[in-house]
Design a protein around this ligand. Structure first.
Ligand SMILES: [Cu+2]
Length: 470
């Protein structure tokens, strides 16, 4: 390690310094560029240009950090900084992240690689990065005060180690952790096997679970919140802003999910059973892989599952805690199911001069279509439209779209599934009806909306953005 650093500094001392505020030994060296991502949409996978071949991952609503080779070192540059993250069309959060986004870019490398990661701090307070699950020298573990001095504002630190094993890992600060993780500082770190035939899949999706309390009309998370969050996110995005997972029928598919929230999330996928193949501790041996349709992802852990995409359709993929598939939610409302509120509504309308509407007597599904009036920068609690109507979802919800004949590496949204005739649940209209109605004419993706606007002047959030190819 010492030798390599000396060599590194000696060979690159004359190169241009691309970051103005540097400290310590790194100031003598050229620092790799720190690419910045302005889009919150899924970026194409980053195929390796040198070294062993591998199937790169795609990060839902995210991207992979480009690197450069310096001798036999793979060099990356992360910049910790305030960012604005669009959580779904119509709502932006003021977070802290890396290189323009929260979560930060996914880092990818290969088992055995020597990685050198420059971390520049553009936050108003100190930080560090801990490489969760990684086997490395203790002094590279990133625990402020314990294994290294903190990275002060304006400073750049260097982490370097040889990556021992493949798998899925995460990165996040280990400095003022409660604040910095509540503000969105986290990212994924995927290490591919050196032998590309091991654990081979055709599509490999990754995302992190993160939670925020951003009260209606505000932009900055309330960092003291511990349990009662308003935004339950995949990669700091909520439904209907979360990318769909486009999958070609017949592909072998892996989904890797990391949890950096403060509660567990049972991630459920419809239409399939799957095998759990990897945790942040490593690959599960073939004989020990267990079947599931829901995989609970514990706090501070990662789970990957795999399946063969045999069944075409639009299959929901979501957290099974029903409050986690809602947006901007207050949890202190009373239950009015079975309560006749008509007289109350009349009286309140008289008091406030009209316009009061009581809700909840028959459940809350009506909210899915109406989308309640809300302050600026606030998403409806229940929202999104599919080809058959309102989906009444939010938060940790997306769709796996399995289709025949997609091109390899095409992750663009294929639109809604065209159900074969007679395979959609239908209304019973009396005896003698042998099969269901013909499917509705498939609407182009993003336009299947019942009607625009309504009496309360609401902003409807439609399932349009968030998918590559649109
Ligand atoms: Cu959940």
């Amino acid at each position: 390690m010492t030798m390599s650093r000396r060599t590194f500094l000696a060979t690159s001392g004359l190169a241009v310094v691309s970051v103005s505020q540097l400290s310590g030994r790194a100031a003598l060296a050229s620092i790799p560029e720190a690419p910045v991502q302005s889009s919150a949409l899924m970026q194409p996978p980053l195929f390796p240009t040198s070294g062993p071949e591998y199937r790169p991952v795609v990060t839902l609503n995210g991207w992979t950090l480009p690197w450069r080779m310096n001798g036999d070192w793979k060099e990356f540059h992360l910049v910790a900084e305030p960012v604005v993250r669009e959580m779904a069309p119509g709502m932006r959060a003021h977070l802290w992240g890396y290189n323009g986004q929260s979560p930060g870019p996914t880092i990818e490398c290969v088992e055995g690689d020597k990685v050198r990661i420059f971390v520049t701090n553009r936050l108003p307070e100190h930080t560090t990065i801990h490489w969760h699950g990684m086997l490395l020298p203790c002094g590279m573990d990133g625990v402020g005060g314990l294994t290294q001095p903190h990275i002060g504002p304006g400073k750049t630190f260097v982490y370097e180690w040889q990556v021992k094993k493949s798998g899925t890992f995460m990165y996040h600060p280990h400095a003022d952790e409660m604040v910095q993780m509540a503000m969105g500082m986290m990212g994924l770190f995927v290490v591919h096997p050196r032998d590309p035939t091991l654990h081979r899949v055709d599509r490999d999706f990754v995302f992190l679970l993160a939670t925020y309390e951003i009260t209606p009309g505000s932009y900055v998370p309330r960092i003291m919140q511990m349990t009662d969050f308003t935004h339950w996110t995949f990669n700091s995005r909520v439904f209907p802003g979360i990318d769909h997972l486009a999958v070609r029928k017949g592909d072998r598919v892996r989904v890797r999910v990391g949890n950096l929230t403060m509660t567990n999330h049972p991630i459920h996928m419809h239409g399939y059973d799957f095998k759990v193949t990897c945790t942040d501790g490593g690959w599960v041996p073939e004989s020990a892989r267990w079947p599931e349709t829901t995989i609970d992802v514990p706090v501070g852990a990662m789970r990957a599952y795999e399946f063969d995409a045999l069944y075409e359709g639009d299959w929901a993929l979501h957290c099974h805690k029903s409050h986690h598939t809602m947006n901007a939610m207050g949890h202190d409302l009373r239950t009015y199911i079975g309560v006749d509120q008509r007289e109350i509504a009349r009286r309140i309308s008289r008091l406030i001069g009209g316009g009061y509407m009581a809700m909840g007597s028959a459940g809350m599904a009506e909210m899915g279509e109406m989308e309640m009036a809300a302050p600026d920068n606030t998403l409806p609690m229940m929202t999104g439209f599919g080809q058959f109507g309102a989906m009444e979802m939010g938060g940790m919800f997306t769709v796996v779209k399995v289709r025949e004949g997609l091109a390899a590496n095409d992750y663009g949204d294929p639109g809604w599934y065209r159900h074969p005739e007679g395979t959609v649940a239908f209304e019973y209209t009396g005896p003698g009806r042998a099969s269901g109605p013909p499917p509705p004419a498939p609407a182009p993706h993003g336009t299947a909306v019942p009607k625009s606007g309504n009496a309360t002047g609401l902003r409807a959030v439609r399932p349009k953005g968030g998918h590559r190819g649109h």
